[in-house]
Design a protein around this ligand. Sequence first.
Ligand code: PH2
Ligand code: MG
Ligand code: MG
Length: 151
Amino acid sequence: MTRAYIGLGANLGPREVTILRAVDLLAAADGVSVVQVSQLRETDPVGVVDQPAFLNGVVAVETTLDARALLDTLLEIERELGRVRAERWGPRTVDLDLLVFGEETIDESGLTVPHPRLAERRFALEPLAELTPDLVVPGLGRVSETLAELD
Ligand code: PH2
Ligand code: MG
Ligand code: MG
């Protein structure tokens, strides 16, 4: 069993409904159980700033899957919820990002864990700290401290 943390984001359509459906689909996926869901918060877009505000959160899961299989599950749920891949960092109906996968560090094509931009992203760190401030992220350290360094 591995504890993993998944970033939730949406900035098109009925954002909250879509994110909650994504959490339901995750809970229904083989080998995945949802253990915690953070509050969802509205955040200003980062990167490409000329796009609608996001709703962001984080979900904690326990999984028997390996990281690649969990990532495939996330991409499948994104597809099921109607995500169309267009502009990088552009608007999306739903975005599920594998932020942390146990204590693993992975750098493969399409799969980098911990998420390479986690330390810079308040919209991911804040809800992660809400769930697990004392989590030590491989290569980054304690979530609460990484968040404090952004301030
Ligand atoms: N996701 C991005 C790019 N910018 N900004 C916010 N506020 N929230 C996001 O989830 C987000 C973003 C790429 O995935
Ligand atoms: Mg993302
Ligand atoms: Mg993504």
